[in-house]
Design a protein around this ligand. Structure first.
Ligand SMILES: O=P(O)(O)OC[C@H]1O[C@H](OP(=O)(O)OP(=O)(O)O)[C@H](O)[C@@H]1O
Ligand SMILES: NC(=O)CC[C@H](N)C(=O)O
Ligand SMILES: [Mg+2]
Length: 503
């Protein structure tokens, strides 16, 4: 997952972009970048690291201009080199910059086509650079010195026809303005906001509504699946449905784990959906596991706290914060490499032994992906003196790779792949393991917006909605991106540096 943000303002946008990115930090911790446009010149700062480490005062001073875009990165394609940090830039036509959240499933074929038909070179292994060039090529086809909104919407329509996979995008075109669009399935989120000023309206798009609220903008609505928004330099907003058959099917994992609880995605409060997940899972335990002698419900901070509290209510059991989270350590799951992920669990979470001593505890997490967290946490609970350790997951068994923007490329790295409940329970050494049913998870989210008919749930059931993902693709993805393949990738980073001011 990544975070994207874009603003067309009436005054410099650098600070609001920075603030917006800090509110999207949880979506990507590997790299961050901001690009602004000032008098026909693009200004860029991007590097590996957290937002607060990437942008120093000297960089902020250089990021002048009233239009800009930003990105926090969690790689799902290519390398984690700073040269693949975003936004990306291409000089023709006009000069375009782009930030992308998602993952294209036909990037290789698109790249080959781009070279053959348009002689466009892609310098990195990032699918986002491919997407930018497809968009640029389509804009170029208009053959005009100045494009109007019709030309831009036509180009987005052609992008939809060619690209497969997930993409929420924000782009800037020099001399024109800002364009934002979402893939025809609406897999990744994108929200639109507005701020009224004495000089006219300012607009903002962002992955999550929290970035809009937190920067003094007012949330207007979500960008529709397949829709494009164009805000020109004068601040006029145009919108158009550019996909022939949009079908809303948002990623359910945004609600389970990725998004902040205070965000609304597609008219669903992420927090409320998590409370519902807790209620459903609590009801399942009450119904089918009444024989378990649980004394206390304990969440595994941070994402599962809202879920666990509701479970405790349903089960009529005490809820205790048995683990304390070190607030200076980031999210574990989105770290690159298993060694780093393993080490960080213990540095990040510490048990309060009194809450465990002599008790039968029910530990609750939002999901079990590789099993890194659950295995270590159960060990820690026992070291702290727990008698029995039961474990509950608010998401069902994660059995299949994700190809739409979550870095779960390898089935073999997923603890739930090809294993049944008892086997997983034995591996994480729990005294009992309870998973949410997929229907219950869907119902928990849908309850908040019954108009949504379908969700992207491939990690649970292997059904890839875009229809182009076959075993051959999954094998290639696995070979390129499993933890072993990525080991040593850092040493090649320097070769990729091309245009970035690293200072
Ligand atoms: O089975 P695993 O591979 O360990 O992945 C699942 C865990 O990773 C996430 O936590 P994370 O530490 O990333 O973030 P959080 O603080 O938001 O819960 C998620 O909430 C689970 O706890
Ligand atoms: N998680 C994401 O959205 C990743 C975006 C893009 N595929 C990249 O790897 O940079
Ligand atoms: Mg967690």
């Amino acid at each position: 997952m990544c975070g994207i943000v874009g603003i067309v303002g009436k005054q410099p946008v650098n600070q609001a972009l920075y603030d917006g990115l800090t509110m999207l930090q949880h979506r990507g911790q590997d790299a961050a970048g901001i690009m602004t446009v000032d008098h026909n010149t693009l200004r860029l700062r991007k590097a590996n690291g957290l937002v607060r480490d990437v942008f120093h005062t000297r960089h902020m001073h250089r990021l002048t201009g009233n239009i800009g875009i930003g990105h926090t990165r969690y790689p799902t394609a290519g390398s984690s080199s700073s040269a693949e940090a975003q936004p990306f830039y291409v000089n023709s036509p006009f000069g375009i910059a782009m930030a992308h959240n998602g993952n294209l499933t036909n990037a290789d074929a698109l790249q080959e086509n781009l070279f053959k038909s348009a002689r466009r070179h892609i310098n990195t292994t990032s699918d986002s650079e491919v997407l930018l060039n497809i968009f640029a090529h389509e804009l170029d086809r208009a053959g005009k010195l100045h494009l109007d909104h019709e030309d831009i919407f036509k180009a987005v329509g052609s992008v939809h026809e060619q690209t497969k996979g997930a993409y929420a995008v924000v782009a800037m075109i020099i001399g024109h303005g800002l364009v934002a669009f979402r893939d025809p399935w609406g897999i990744r989120p994108l929200a639109l906001g507005k701020r009224e000023t004495a000089d006219g309206n300012e607009y903002m798009v962002a992955s999550e509504s929290v970035a809009i609220d937190g920067t003094g903008f007012t949330y207007m609505r979500d960008v529709e699946p397949g829709e494009a928004i164009y805000i020109n330099e004068q601040g006029e907003l145009f919108s158009r449905q550019c996909a022939s058959k949009p079908q809303h099917c948002p990623c359910i994992f945004e609600y389970v784990y990725f998004a902040r609880p205070d965000s609304f995605i597609d008219n669903i409060s992420v927090y409320a959906s998590r409370v519902n997940m807790g209620r459903k899972l609590g009801e399942k335990i009450k119904r089918d596991y009444a024989h378990l002698d649980i004394d206390v419900v304990i969440p595994i901070p941070e994402t599962s706290c809202d879920i666990a509290l509701e479970m405790a209510n349903v089960l009529d059991l005490p809820y205790r914060q048995g683990f304390v989270k070190n607030r200076y350590i980031g999210r574990t799951f989105i770290m690159p490499g298993q060694t780093q992920r393993r080490k960080s669990v213990r540095r990040k979470l510490n048990a309060i032994s009194k809450e465990f001593a002599g008790k039968n505890v029910l530990l609750v997490d939002d999901s079990i992906v590789r099993g890194t967290t659950s295995e270590q946490i159960i060990e820690m609970a026992r070291e702290a003196g727990a008698k029995k350790v039961y474990f509950a997951s608010a998401a069902p068994e994660i059995r299949f790779p994700n190809v739409y923007g979550i870095d779960m490329p390898s089935a073999n790295e997923l603890i739930g792949h090809g294993r049944e409940g008892q086997e997983i329970c034995d591996l994480i050494k729990a005294d009992g393991l309870i998973y949410q049913e997929l229907d219950d998870l869907i119902a928990a989210v849908k309850e908040e917006n019954p108009q949504l008919q379908r969700f992207e749930t491939s990690v649970f059931n292997g059904q890839y909605i875009t229809g182009d993902v076959n075993q051959d693709y999954l094998d290639r993805l696995d070979a390129a991106r499993n933890d072993k393949a990525r080991h040593g990738e850092q040493s090649e980073d320097a070769n990729l540096e091309l245009h970035n001011d690293n200072d």
